[in-house]
Design a binder for this molecule. Structure first.
Ligand code: SAM
Ligand code: SF4
Length: 360
């Protein structure tokens, strides 16, 4: 059995090495893992953090994922879609605040009213920011035609989490009408269309093994992924998955540690990709996002959605920053980034170095 320092000093890692690192329990070993990940981050993507202002524009969703608080069958939430004007204002705010990019995220809808609405929005956002604001889309599975139209209208990055690379675990988390293979096909289409492509998984799902997580990392590598957005699974009280689980408080800290280990191993293994320190980390610990940066992440997605919509876009329980407006978020995050000795890449897109190399 190899020691932690032996694994961390290797040039390349095998699947069994990924598993060993994810299984680390000893505090000194885990600290060693984070330190190595931070070193790899410094060498490959630097210590500048890039902000993507996230606009959660609608909680209307045609899908019914068993873990998600805004799933179609959840009748206890009021559905909304933001007005075009409100979205344009949020994008303008992010641009003027010096955030180089935004993320447009929502429940999944493939109807033409929605896809056309997004296309128009993209064109207007690009126009009002002289083509300078980067736009990531996180709008679920769409047809090749829609993705092409959105790309031509100005979306250039797309985040589509595969949730897990284990097909049978995927199927257990979704109704039969949701297809793992179609999700993978969509991810491949995104790449072929020229999007900077991001994916990710939920960490600490019921019945997910450490081997599953190691396979997730291998999947990211095999598919030459540019950006990773992964975070801890957190139950939402109104979902079937939460009903099948015990008291989350009992394993919350373990969940956080596992998510941080995944970020660290991903950084060491994949090196030059962008990795987000997700809000879900902060739901588990007040300093969760700073911990994510120290474990190897380099992207933060401050919420720039109007506070009046935030309580309607709760994917999981205890989502943080519910009543902080965008200005408060900016100040708070600025301090958080400074507290770990890093700088913010204002007015820059902060593209993934992996993507730039892939294009050459
Ligand atoms: N509807 C689009 C989709 O599913 O790709 C984009 C929005 S969806 C809310 C974004 C991500 O939220 C999902 O990919 C999923 O990983 C995450 N998510 C949903 N419920 C969650 C939960 N209970 N805990 C942690 N993450 C969750
Ligand atoms: Fe809809 Fe996305 Fe939530 Fe699934 S994860 S129910 S597709 S918003």
């Amino acid at each position: 059995m190899k020691s932690t320092s032996e694994i961390l000093s290797q040039k390349n890692m095998e699947l069994s090495d990924l598993t060993t690192l994810l299984l680390l329990e000893d505090k000194n070993d885990i600290d060693m893992l984070y330190k190595r990940a931070y070193q790899v981050k410094t060498e490959n993507v630097g210590t500048k953090v890039f902000f993507r202002g996230i606009i959660e524009l609608s909680n209307i969703c045609a899908k019914d994922c068993y873990y998600c608080g805004i799933r179609k069958s959840n009748e206890s939430i009021e559905r909304f879609i933001m007005e075009e004007e409100e979205i344009l204002n949020a994008a303008k705010w992010a641009y003027e605040a010096g955030y180089g990019s935004i993320v447009l995220q929502s429940g999944e809808r493939c109807d033409s009213k929605f896809t056309e609405f997004i296309e128009t929005l993209l064109i207007k956002i690009k126009n009002q920011t002289e083509n300078k604001l980067g736009i990531t889309l996180s709008l679920g599975e769409q047809t090749e035609g829609t993705l092409k139209r959105w790309f031509n209208a100005g979306g250039h990055r797309y985040l589509l989490r595969i949730e897990t690379s284990n097909p049978s675990l995927y199927q257990s988390l979704h109704p039969d009408t949701h297809s793992f293979n179609e999700r993978i096909t969509c991810l491949k289409t995104l790449k072929s269309l020229g999007y900077q492509t991001g994916t990710g998984v939920m960490i600490g799902l019921p019945n997910q093994t450490i081997e599953d997580l190691a396979n997730d990392l291998a999947f990211f590598k095999q598919n030459d992924i540019d950006m990773i957005g992964m975070g801890p699974f957190i139950p939402h009280h109104d979902t079937p998955l939460a009903h099948s689980m015990g008291n989350f408080d009992d394993y919350k800290n373990k969940q956080l540690e596992l998510a941080l280990k995944m970020i660290a191993v991903a950084r060491i293994y994949l090196k030059d990709v962008n990795i987000a320190s997700t809000t879900a980390l902060q739901a588990l610990d007040h300093s969760g996002r700073e911990m994510g940066l120290q474990a190897g992440a380099n992207i933060i997605m401050p919420n720039v959605t109007d506070t009046k919509y935030r309580d309607k876009y709760q994917l999981y329980d205890n989502k943080p920053c519910m009543d902080e407006n965008s200005t408060m978020c900016k100040a708070c995050l600025g301090n958080r980034v400074k507290s770990v000795g890093e700088t913010i890449g204002y007015n820059e897109w902060g593209d993934s170095p992996h993507f730039k190399k892939r294009l050459k």
